[in-house]
Write a protein that binds this ligand. Structure first.
Ligand SMILES: Nc1nc2c(ncn2[C@@H]2O[C@H](COP(=O)(O)OP(=O)(O)O)[C@@H](O)[C@H]2O)c(=O)[nH]1
Ligand SMILES: [Mg+2]
Length: 487
């Protein structure tokens, strides 16, 4: 390698998914991926920077233009081996029939390694053999990547056996589905294609892993801050008795607007952290995340199980709201403060309908003229926000940067069976205790306890992130991303 940064040129036939593979590998959604073959006519480099330092560079190249004629030329070439590519360019520079071929050889002259991309869902053709043979003759360290555009493995074995003849390593890598782990694995296997590359690639992989760890820490902080803001929200307005109903509704809608906005902000921050800057990570319409946070559906789907409600109820004061029927959450869910003890221990025994009717219970008056909302006394809100945060995390990290279609979904669906399906529904008693402490600290407004318990919550979240990234956690009996397993 002549340059100090390790460089890989992504090479292949037009429209096989080169740009898409590059985009996913480099986590760069600014890479142009296009259904129209032959759009890329010049090489373009995409550096991967961590803390401002360029650690690896991927170069997008046009597809081969006339590989069979080019191969014929190489086979007749009799000059020194190391000058072969330059000689080809010199001989064909002004020939429009070989424009793209000349262009894609340039990075190789500068010492770039090769990642050769094919669409493994189609059969092998003669022209592919010509391309592979050219790359073999070039002597560049090279890996073949099978990027199957369709879920079709009919030709996979054929590709693999052919590739073994021409490449130092072969990998299956789906540019639209590859997740963090698969990206790291691909980089790891690049090490094996050339001994000289090994030390520098080891550093690259380490830098990626460290960076990932930092992102996890930041994501945990983003989520915890968001939870803290939402749970400690508190507003009071003065109001005349005749305005109470109106004011109560106004406070309620201000509150829900605030929560939704705050949650969106956190999601936005997470997206930025995982470098999804350009394309909208569009959630599938069936995703539970598309449902309104305060909707009955959300609460039925992500809220606590009956057993957990009972357990939480046993915690006493802080968990007062848990007994409220999910059906009424849109209107009540415990945001109207319990100050003054009006709700009291008996409230959990009230059925939703009674709570609604008794708006005196929902809006608490202080000093005769004050209506107050918050802090939330219903711990379910914490779990629902946590589950939505974790779902969003899972969505963000599993959304390959090279993916441009929104057809396939890899997200928890609203109608995926019955019962509770959030990540937190599988948490242990100890894990729930962390949440309870955090929740109660906020309800009490005790700064020291909030600080301490939020550190614990962040640790807990980081463990969850690892499990999600490693695909070790799904929800109730079904893996979260079923299609990942068939890679
Ligand atoms: N379904 C599917 N489509 C893909 C995949 N990889 C690429 N594509 C699509 O195939 C087309 C060509 O991809 P692109 O990366 O621009 O190919 P390039 O010409 O080799 O750079 C685009 O429409 C991509 O969205 C894949 O793994 N699955
Ligand atoms: Mg391209």
């Amino acid at each position: 390698m002549k340059s100090t940064t390790v460089e890989f040129a992504i090479i292949g036939h037009p429209n096989e998914g080169k740009s898409s593979v590059l985009s996913t590998l480099a986590e760069d959604d600014s890479v142009r991926v296009s259904a129209i073959p032959g759009e890329t006519v010049v090489c373009q480099s995409f550096p991967v920077r961590i803390d401002g330092r360029e650690i690896i560079r991927f170069t997008d190249t046009p597809g081969f233009q006339n590989p069979r004629q080019a191969l014929a030329w190489f086979q007749e070439y009799e000059g020194p081996e190391e000058a072969m590519l330059s000689a080809f360019i010199e001989a064909h520079e002004d020939d429009p029939d070989f424009h793209d071929d000349c262009e894609l050889f340039r990075p190789l002259i500068d010492g770039a390694g090769v990642i050769f991309v094919v669409d493994g869902s189609r059969p092998l053709r003669k022209v592919d053999r010509a391309e592979m043979e050219i790359l073999r003759l070039s002597g560049a360290p090279r890996m073949a990547v099978i990027n199957s555009k369709e879920d079709d493995s009919e030709y996979l074995a054929k590709w693999q056996s052919e590739f073994r003849k021409h490449f130092n390593a072969v990998r299956v890598f789906n540019s639209c589905r590859a997740n963090y782990r698969q990206r790291i694995e691909l980089l790891e296997s690049l090490k094996s294609i050339d001994q000289e590359l090994e030390p520098v690639l080891r550093q690259v992989v380490e830098a990626f892993q460290e960076d990932w760890e930092i992102r996890s820490q930041r994501t945990a902080a983003i989520l915890t801050d968001c939870l803290q803001d939402i749970l400690s929200y508190r507003r009071a307005v003065s109001c005349k008795p005749e305005d109470e109903e109106h004011k109560r509704r106004e406070l309620h809608s201000d509150y829900t607007a605030y929560v939704s906005q705050r949650e969106r902000e956190a999601q936005q921050d997470m997206r930025g952290l995982f470098k999804h800057n350009i394309f909208n990570l569009k959630l599938p319409p069936q995703s539970i995340l598309e449902a309104d946070l305060f909707s009955d559906r959300t609460w039925k789907f992500l809220g606590l199980t009956d057993r957990q409600v009972i357990l939480a109820g046993a915690l006493g004061g802080a968990a007062l709201g848990v007994g409220i029927d999910a059906a009424t959450v849109g209107i009540s869910f415990g945001i109207f403060s319990a100050i003054g003890g009006l709700i009291g221990a008996g409230a959990t025994a009230l059925k939703g309908k009674d709570l609604l009717a008794g708006s005196r219970v929902l809006g608490v008056k202080m000093g005769g003229e004050l209506l107050q909302v918050g802090p939330v006394n219903n711990i379910q809100l914490l779990y629902i926000l946590l589950d939505r945060g974790l779902l969003f995390y899972s969505h963000v990290i599993n959304w390959a940067h090279g993916r441009r279609d929104y057809g396939q979904t890899s997200q928890m669906m609203l109608d995926s069976g019955s019962g509770k399906a959030g990540f937190t529904s599988l948490w242990s008693r100890e894990e729930r205790a962390v949440c309870d402490r955090f929740f109660r600290a906020i309800l009490k407004g005790n700064e020291g306890e909030i600080e301490e318990s939020s550190v614990d919550l962040q640790d807990l979240l980081r463990e969850q992130f690892i499990k999600i990234a490693e695909d070790r956690v799904g929800t109730k009996g079904q893996p979260l991303l079923p299609e990942q397993s068939d890679l």
